[in-house]
Design a protein around this ligand. Sequence first.
Ligand code: FPP
Length: 597
Amino acid sequence: MPGILTLAAVNDPELRAAYTHCRRNVRRRDPVEYAIMQLMPPVLRPACWAMWAAFTTADDIVDAVGDTPADRAARLDAWTTALETELAAGHSADPVRHALIDTMRRWRLDVADLQPSFDTFKGDAHGRRLETWREWSAWVGDTNLSWASQGMTLLARAGVPVPVWLRRKDAYQRYLDGLYLTDALTDLSQDLARGDISLPAEILDRFPEATDHLREQRWSPAVNDLVTHLTGQARRWLNQPGLTDALHPGTAEILRTVTRLFHARLDAVQAAGPALLSHPAVPAPPIRWRILAPARARTALAWRLTPLSPPSPGSGPAIPVPRQVRSALAVQPPPPHPSGARPPAIPADRMPQHVAVIMDGNGRWATERGLPRHEGHRIGANAMRDVVYGAAEIGLSHLSLFLFSTENWKRDTQEITHIFDALRDQLRSELATHDALGIRLRWAGRTDGLPEDVIEELLQAEAATRHHTGLTVIFCFNYGGRAELTQAAARLARAATSGDLHPDHVREDDLAGHLLLPDTPDVDLLWRTGGERRISNFLLWQSAYAELHFTDAYWPDVDRRDLWNAINDYARRERRYGAAPAPLPSPDGPTRQGSKQ
Ligand code: FPP
């Protein structure tokens, strides 16, 4: 039987040596994770070794005992900068980077995708204190999700179907938290030896006695209570219902096996007692073997039934441009308005951060001209493009556009199909412009009911522009404000049921943190065209204090100058967020007050 490297078409002797170095590295340091990688399709295993070796290299630099935080950060910086530079050359003298570069090129992965993880490692090098579980979970995500997503992309590129929901961050974040918490418990002794406890202050403050004892590396009933609490929490997070639904049988088996192995790790943690403070808690080999042997047989069968092939090196599209090079490319100004109009100068403290637009009146515009409604959407798409240019030109930070609501499914199928077509056209034709103008595109909305290719196009546009730092344009597509709030409430209820959140302690921030794009600022200005004066289920939570602006023109007749007028109008308004107005001087004695809100 040919070796794995031969199966994966790795023929160059130097490359084979680099991948072999990575493989040994994994097997020596973590036999369980090595065994999990052996469940992957053979053509992907070398890529997994390379990525794992790169991840642990970064992790080791951060954890290096004896170095100052500045030294660690500088070493990590040197390592990632070398990676970006060498990527273009396709070669590195460092075996881990050499294998990683080959993996990135062979499978058309983008090194910029790993940047969030490297940035988080850099932050770790300086030391960090995490206050709450929410901060801890964000940190876990920032460190690991980029690598997990690369794993998904690898599977997809090899021909294993990966459902869209699995590639959306929220679906597996909790599961990842469960894996990471299990790791933190398993390796507690190593963290303590470095004087570190990788748990948030929130939980340590609830178990103060245990925390003191842990810092002294002393086992006690209090420590036992904390460990019992945390293993229970990790088990609940690992038991995510429906995690393997609709997955390819091979991928589903890997996920189920990982879950079983991590439960076995938690059993070992609970059984370890005082030994947990001096050695990593690992399940005994026969336990691992009982889990892994059948998994090996099942995955081997699953992959045999799926024709998978390695891409030939260099067969894919151009090698991704490293991030540092890309960010050095100058962001261009948008094409000017044909009239030569320029944006008004708005003082920075009077500029809205986030403008949301209900682009109404497409249908009426078309009907009044004897045209089919979809012609209104087609011309409306041009108006939208001009407004996006105007938003970039005036220096707006966030622009939300209501493109298709959860209520729009009530429309004629033909009209819906045309809106989907307009979306595809818009996404494809504007990709180069988004790059040139540094526009980041994001999608807020549900996947239900949308054709797979529309979902795919939206996700790809998000992924392609994720590092752009100019205007953020949010496509609210298949979006409904009540649906968004209902989903956020369901997530809170889940957190309460699993014990992560106490119902008496729910704050506004907890709900806001479960909205579709929780890192987006509130809407300052909500503008609706087409003469109607409603907000129609748009960004209900985010618009709580938005200034409202209504104009009569139908959307296809609108251009960037109308956006600038709306912003000008906003800049003159007084926003009070429920506070009393400043007293107005009155000629005849008592001061006058404005309205209440
Ligand atoms: C409301 O007008 C508008 C929409 C439901 C769709 C918005 C679509 C565009 C602006 C065109 C660009 C589209 C994409 C997807 C890029 P309406 O149809 O409700 O108008 P009416 O009130 O006159 O019937």
